[in-house]
Design a protein around this ligand. Sequence first.
Ligand SMILES: C[S@@+](CC[C@H](N)C(=O)[O-])C[C@H]1O[C@@H](n2cnc3c(N)ncnc32)[C@H](O)[C@@H]1O
Length: 460
Amino acid sequence: MALSCNLNRYLLLMAQEHLEFRLPEIKSLLSLFGGQFTSNQESYEKSPFWILSLPSEDIARNLMKRTVCAKSVFELWGHGKSTEELHSSLKSYPVEKMVPFLHPDSTYKIKIHTFNKTLTQEEKVKRIDALEFLPFEGKVNLKQPQHIFSILEDYGLNPNCIPEKPHNIYFGRWIADGQRELIQSYSVKKRHFIGNTSMDAGLSFIMANHGQVKENDVVFDPFVGTGGLLIASAHFGAYVCGTDIDYNTVHGLGKATRKNQKWRGPDENIRANLRQYGLEKYYLDVLVSDASKPSWRKGMYFDAIITDPPYGIRESTRRSGSQKEIPKGIEKCPESHVPVSLSYHLSDMFFDLLNFAAETLVLGGRLVYWLPVYTPEYTEEMVPRHPCLRLVSNCEQKLSSHTSRRLITMEKVKTFENRDQYSRLLSDPFLPYQGHNSFREKYFSGVTKRIAKEERSNQE
Ligand SMILES: C[S@@+](CC[C@H](N)C(=O)[O-])C[C@H]1O[C@@H](n2cnc3c(N)ncnc32)[C@H](O)[C@@H]1O
């Protein structure tokens, strides 16, 4: 894409984790803040250094208030494949853009960041001294400088083959850090109320970012569990609500998940989780309800639906049913008026979810959810579609050698009409998706129970 000349260049230092989720996160956030992802860089797949162009520093700051995939952003003053190239690039950077940060009353420091190599103190000092030609007039202050500049050196991705000289060298003015610390401060390990499938904090924030959650939004999770996804949305200022078919989960009753605790305590519930993080004011409510039979009145709209439906591995895919729906040959219980629990095919569940999202999202609202797939059989056609929803991104997280889950983000682009609810029946592309029904059997196929157990505990 051609770069417009009135855009400034910025350098993003990306975290080397959840690589596939990074580009959709940055793109979603930039479009949320009125920016656009504009870059000449060829590949973003693995590198921690991304050069992009942005219309203003404010957009860069807003981006960093939200991202968990980027560590820091710098205003890029120079870039080269060698020290000589870097220096000549710095010499051509407009002095008038440098001067506001280099004047005699200012304080500054220069930091060195290397990727895939450690430099000695002597080597670091040498690199800083070599920048003498820059018109620094302020005083060095290592403790509390007004301005921080960084030299960033990229020694590639292979730890077994570290080159003598870096592949790329960057110099920039540090602007802001991202929100990586949220991964620790919201860690499930320190959370009040957790379950077997509580969503990892980092991924919850990534999901809220893919969903473009913003202040005063209403965000809904139809498979709410312990509310891990509500917490991330509430952190970004959205009002949150959810449903779950499991009475004990919604009411915080029953067996505890923590090893050294038998039963859940009196206040182990989603509201208390939000309170733990000072977010209780964003709690609307959570209800016991079956996602296959939504009980919302017509005209109810959500700004985002962010959810992690069951895959049938650590919790069952269930829906409530009536006595009539019980297949022949299975004994019915005539006196029971309580809806019985029927198994819920994964393909039906995702189709219901898309239909529900198409009906209840505001136009431009986003659905973000996890789709489990058996990797040897996966093709892109398997990802469920809906005429009202545009596929925005589809990112893989591996679960085992033969299974993964894909984070799917869709945006509502068309008003729901009654005929849209039958779209699946009319369209062939949904057929391959029936393959998801046997995900559970496939998950456990070819692995012993012991290996499967190890894999599950690695995810926790
Ligand atoms: C993967 S867990 C969600 C975990 C949640 N994200 C968290 O952080 O705790 C899926 C949840 O869906 C619920 N569930 C299963 N079938 C359901 C249905 N038909 N309707 C609503 N919830 C259902 C399960 O009880 C479980 O709590």
